[in-house]
Design a protein around this ligand. Structure first.
Ligand SMILES: Cc1cc2nc3c(=O)[nH]c(=O)nc-3n(C[C@H](O)[C@H](O)[C@H](O)COP(=O)(O)OP(=O)(O)OC[C@H]3O[C@@H](n4cnc5c(N)ncnc54)[C@H](O)[C@@H]3O)c2cc1C
Ligand code: FES
Length: 290
């Protein structure tokens, strides 16, 4: 028999409907880049808004009434309470419907889901974040978590690449980090058609030439399109990173988000439960994961 104190938790676990979203209000829509907007949302239940907890790298199922729901990374850091931020690229049915909503409109949010980054393993060590394109969305929560808890990490290094300055997500905020003395922020673009970009103009892997990295004491968090994984992973392995120190945020088509439907399975793992953060070691041992 369960100890009396555990009964409410036990009951809550088995009677709560895992598919029931909580209502949230859109409090801000920031048009960062064409078809890549940052949505700030706040639960209508103010207690939930203040107490909601998640880990960097987790995601939520965001639903638009009448359109459906989609898994979206929580882009804000758990160290900032009250609102949640989602960087959403308009690609299809749900995201299109979300783009038609305005400030004060309601959406559904359920989650947080997924494992998130193993922050506890990185504490006291160096953190290297490498992002390309929309890959900045899940890494941004880890970046701000580390910066807001700066004393808990050793070096914090960000390398972020976009096609052009106009395509760079969170540009103003990241440019403001370049001068920080307690972090290294290397921003690069493949090309600068305007001629006004003051950061690097080079492909993302070239940023490794601008910083000293100690692979034995560093965890690397990587997220981006396939081409980023191809070249960045190669570079990390050449530097001597062990495969379990490389963390990757991987996406699969999802439906339930809670390990029930099987849509996101890869081999014997469910991306929604065992991921979306995998070590490179996990990824190469799962067929079709990378
Ligand atoms: C863990 C996780 C985190 C994510 N985080 C983010 C994030 O932070 N920001 C973000 O913008 N996106 C994120 N995504 C991706 C996002 O969930 C998808 O883009 C989602 O499909 C958008 O829903 P939609 O209804 O707008 O698009 P959909 O209508 O689902 O279409 C999306 C794309 O998939 C294609 N497609 C549709 N159905 C199929 C099918 N059956 N088979 C193959 N292709 C198909 C469409 O043609 C289109 O190109 C994340 C996904 C995961 C799994
Ligand atoms: S999305 Fe249903 S099992 Fe992962």
């Amino acid at each position: 028999m369960l100890p009396a104190a555990d009964v409410p938790t036990y009951q809550a676990l088995f009677t709560a409907n895992p598919y029931l979203p909580q209502m949230a209000r859109i409090v801000r829509v920031y048009k960062m880049v064409k078809d890549n907007h940052l949505f700030t949302m706040r639960f209508t239940d103010s207690e939930l808004a203040q107490t909601f907890q998640c880990k960097p790298g987790q995601f939520a199922m965001v639903s638009v009434p009448g359109a459906g729901e989609a898994p979206i990374s929580i882009s804000s850091s758990p160290s900032r309470r009250g609102v949640l931020e989602f960087c959403v690229r308009r690609v299809g049915r749900v995201t299109d419907a979300l783009y038609r909503l305005r400030t004060n409109d309601l959406v559904g949010i359920r989650g947080p889901y997924g494992n998130g980054f193993p922050v506890e393993r990185i504490l006291g060590q160096d953190l290297l974040l490498v992002a390309g394109g929309l890959g900045m969305a899940p890494l941004r929560s880890l970046l701000w978590y580390a910066l807001d808890n700066r004393e808990k990490f050793n070096k914090v290094i960000l390398m972020y690449g976009a096609k052009t300055p106009a395509d760079m997500l969170f540009r103003e905020e990241l440019v403001s980090l370049v001068d920080r003395v307690d972090a290294t922020c290397l921003l690069t673009v493949d090309a600068d058609p305007t001629g006004t970009w003051k950061g690097h103009i080079a492909l993302l892997p070239a940023m490794f030439d601008h910083v000293q990295i100690d692979p034995a004491n560093t965890h690397a968090a990587v997220c981006g399109p396939p081409v980023v994984y191809k070249f960045v992973l190669k570079r990390l392995l050449q530097l001597g990173f062990s495969k379990d120190r490389i963390l990757m945020s991987l996406e699969r088509r999802m439906k339930c988000g809670v390990g029930k439907c099987g849509h996101c399975s890869v081999g014997y793992k469910y991306t929604c439960l065992h991921g979306p953060i995998f070590t490179y070691w996990d990824a190469i041992n799962l067929p079709e994961m990378v």
